[in-house]
Design a protein around this ligand. Structure first.
Ligand code: ADP
Ligand code: MG
Length: 297
């Protein structure tokens, strides 16, 4: 390309003022460099305009994603690109990559990542959350323990309905670490209310080191556990990871085999009686015997 006539200073000045008014700081910063490349014949006016807009847009997009990740509480950055599928041969890579297309959010499905500690359950859940944030979906990440504490606090403060609404309004709610720690008393009931509020209204990703058969123990009440599973296995995608801990990959020989592969088992407490509910009566009564449906994938 031949060198172009220099851009008229008065016009450049007006462009700069437009960019200031439009709050486009990156474009202002890049303008001189791009004009110079245009004058040297390296780019044409269309390319100048396109690159100016692209840089501004790119920066805004990055800023939006950063803010949305904070709001979603996705503060540790885990990506699908950084996941080593060769370390976890039981995982179907294509299946995970197709989940990253996010149709499960549109279909309001529930993804369960099951497996022993360190097998990448949280990593994959966070990575899918990141994909959802990138395309502008509202996401919230929490552990079951934190979720139940927050609901219990809200209940004490008479704010339970608002708190449930808060969790229910995200397009994707990620609930990590089901089964690691014993739930506080009344926790199963609070979790049930949330699951009910989201049922068929929003997508979920759950991670757990325990099988569904152990949910009665985890939630301290087989009736609530069965009602939970009834909802959480309807429209569900179950991904079981049967591998070794990535955390222990360099020191696996130091951990005895049964501990390496077995799901973490905590000392069992005697089952507590079902917690007494306070507050207003339940809208959806718990079924006395909810049949367990099998996941369709
Ligand atoms: P889990 O939730 O199953 O206990 P995490 O997802 O927290 O395990 O994984 C433990 C650590 O190992 C995290 O830092 C995670 O990023 C990393 N990790 C786990 N599996 C892989 C993998 N296949 N490739 C890369 N990093 C992995
Ligand atoms: Mg985890």
């Amino acid at each position: 390309m031949n060198a172009a006539a220099p851009a008229p200073a008065a016009i450049l000045d007006r462009i700069r003022r437009h960019l200031v008014a439009l709050k486009m700081p990156t474009a202002i910063e890049r303008l001189d460099g791009l004009v110079q490349r245009f004058e040297q014949g390296q780019i044409n006016p269309y390319e100048l305009l396109e690159q100016l807009l692209a840089e501004e847009r790119h920066l805004r997009e990055n800023r939006r994603v950063k803010m949305a990740l904070l709001t979603a509480r996705l503060t540790t950055l885990k990506t699908l690109e950084s996941f080593d599928f060769s370390f976890q041969p039981s995982l179907d890579r294509n299946r995970i990559l197709s989940l990253a297309q996010l149709q499960f959010i549109e279909r309001r499905e529930v993804i369960h990542f099951l497996g022993p500690p360190g097998t990448g359950k949280s990593h994959l859940a966070i990575a899918l959350g990141l994909e959802a944030v990138k395309v502008g979906k509202s996401v919230y990440f929490t552990s079951l323990g934190e979720l139940v504490s927050a609901l219990a606090k809200a209940e004490r403060e008479g704010q339970l309905r608002e708190r449930i609404r808060f969790y229910a309004r995200n397009a994707l709610l990620i609930i990590d670490e089901i089964g690691y720690l014993p739930l506080q008393s009344g926790g199963a009931n609070l979790f049930f209310q949330l699951v009910n509020a989201r049922y068929e209204r929003g997508a979920l990703i759950l991670t757990s080191n325990r099988g569904f058969g152990e949910w009665g123990e985890i939630f301290g009440d087989p009736v609530v556990a069965s009602a939970l599973l009834d909802r959480l296995l309807h429209h569900a995608i179950v991904i079981a990871i049967e591998g070794n801990s990535y955390r222990l990959r360099e020191h696996a020989e130091l951990v005895p085999e049964p501990l390496r592969t077995a799901a973490l088992r905590l000392p069992q407490k005697a089952p507590e009686p079902p917690p007494k509910r306070r507050g207003r009566p339940r809208k959806h009564p718990l079924p006395t015997s909810a049949p367990l449906k099998t996941a369709h994938s």
